[in-house]
Design a binder for this molecule. Structure first.
Ligand code: DX5
Ligand code: ZN
Length: 217
């Protein structure tokens, strides 16, 4: 299991220091929640902030775009240093083209699905994906309650990927992830877990990472 702490729950006044501390604690990925105030009600940070912090970190930058028409900004996020770009299936009209373009630019490509979005929207883009992000809350805010239907969705997605010969495709779960649901999510087939409030609210980072790792087994 890969843990990808969400900086949405970190202290924004000290992001460079936080990135350094995460790396020292043994974390490998970090999750950037980019919000535009349109696709979701909230506004956070964008490509300029990520670019400014790229030199401060060797972590894998996992960038979750909660923005309308993300295809407008793919090259900008590549230039900012994103390693993986995840776009919402609900936010881009030409999902296949957007995913192919992310890969063409040299990044890993992911598609995110809101809780009410069926898995069938992925049926014809399975070969274009490095990861699927299953939202376990409605996106926009940290600290929300995990939606239990997510477990069934993850299990069905894992079966779909295996049937399609894509067992290598990662499944990420984001929203309300905590030590209590981590084991069940991994059991259902999730590989990457995002955690905001349940991670940053419980320092030190190294101990929290160890607790999530233990909960995953
Ligand atoms: C929600 C974001 C999440 C959020 C998770 O819109 O996509 O990444 O930061 O936060 P927690 O873990 O607190 O639910
Ligand atoms: Zn996210």
């Amino acid at each position: 299991m890969i843990l990808s702490p969400s900086l949405l729950s970190a202290d924004c006044g000290h992001l460079a220091e936080t990135l350094k501390n995460l790396e020292e604690a043994g974390v490998k990925w970090v999750h950037w929640d980019v919000m535009d105030g349109q696709f979701v009600p909230n506004i956070t940070f964008g490509q300029h902030v990520i670019k400014g912090l790229r030199p401060a970190s060797g972590l894998f930058f996992d960038v979750h775009l909660m923005i309308e028409s993300p295809e407008r900004y793919l090259a900008d996020f590549k230039a900012a240093g994103a390693d993986m770009l995840v776009v919402h299936a609900e936010a881009t009209v030409h999902l296949q083209r957007t995913l192919a373009e992310i890969r063409r630019l040299g990044m890993k490509a992911g598609a995110a699905l809101n809780p009410a979005t069926p898995l069938s929207v992925l049926d014809y883009v399975l070969d274009d994906l490095d990861m699927v992000l299953v939202m376990s809350v409605n996106p926009g805010f940290g600290g929300q309650k995990f939606l239990p239907a997510t477990l069934r969705k993850v299990a069905e997605l894992r079966a779909k990927l295996n049937d399609a010969g894509r067992s290598d495709c990662l499944i990420q779960v984001d929203g309300g992830v905590n030590l209590e649901n981590t084991g069940a999510l991994v059991q259902a087939g999730a590989n990457v877990l995002v955690s905001g409030s349940a991670f940053f609210g419980h320092p030190p980072f190294s101990e929290r990472l160890a607790a999530f790792t233990a909960a995953a087994c």
